[in-house]
Design a protein around this ligand. Structure first.
Ligand code: AMP
Length: 207
């Protein structure tokens, strides 16, 4: 099963990807997580992409595409849920050359909803579970319900960077929707419903 999740920042891709992984045992690959790990490990590649991530820009397209495709080959060549990749038409085409994508699930959320979602977002590095300070608070403040480790806020989850990330999404990622629409694999979900309702639609689609 090779799936792609597409949506603006804060649309709930990561949350749905974790649910799909848990239900179907399909590996979840978040390009943002891969790049963040490289950046915090201070590898040569990490140093190159860090400034782009801090400002919410798309990094060097070919380099990032090579890294993610290589990562897929190494970890999950037979099935995956991609979250955050492809983000440009170039990436979608390169992915399509190497893999037959069963469905591209587009989680549609309006811009006004995104800013409030992202500024309140808190994450667990260990479990990839995503919380929200008011919409989905952990049982104990700032602590992951599952593993008990402290939550963190991504440095690019601030209002200024979010505005830029939305602009980048509109310019670079929207053409990816047309790419999958033309391929007949695009499935659109209203992302402004509760996460379980969206997930049950995804289950129907995958099933
Ligand atoms: P995300 O966790 O998906 O919001 O990604 C965080 C940041 O990582 C983005 O703002 C980009 O700077 C970078 N990034 C993630 N995925 C990609 C990608 N597929 N292509 C280029 N840059 C990416």
């Amino acid at each position: 099963m090779k799936l792609v999740l597409i949506g603006p920042p804060g649309s709930g891709k990561g949350t749905q990807a974790v649910k799909i992984r848990e239900r179907y045992d399909i590996p979840h690959l978040s390009s943002g997580d891969v790049l963040r790990k490289e950046a915090s490990a201070g590898t040569e590649f990490g140093k190159k992409i860090k400034p782009y991530m801090e400002s919410g820009e798309i990094g060097p397209a070919e380099l990032i595409t090579d890294v993610i495709l290589h990562y897929i080959e190494e970890h999950c060549p037979d099935g995956f849920i991609l979250d955050g990749f492809p983000r440009t038409l170039y990436q979608a085409e390169k992915l399509g050359d190497a893999h037959d994508i069963k469905a591209a699930i587009f989680i549609d959320v309006s811009e006004r909803e995104i800013v409030s979602r992202i500024t309140g977002r808190r994450m667990c590095r260990n479990c990839n579970i995503i919380y929200h300070v008011t919409n989905k608070p952990p049982r104990v403040e700032n602590t992951c319900d599952k593993c008990g480790l402290p939550l963190y806020q991504r440095p690019d989850d601030n209002e200024e960077t979010i505005i830029n990330r939305i602009q980048v999404y509109n310019k670079e990622t929207k053409p990816v929707l047309d790419y999958y629409r033309e391929a007949g694999t695009l499935r659109t979900m209203n992302g402004e419903r509760d996460t379980d309702t969206i997930f049950s639609d995804i289950v129907k689609l995958i099933g």
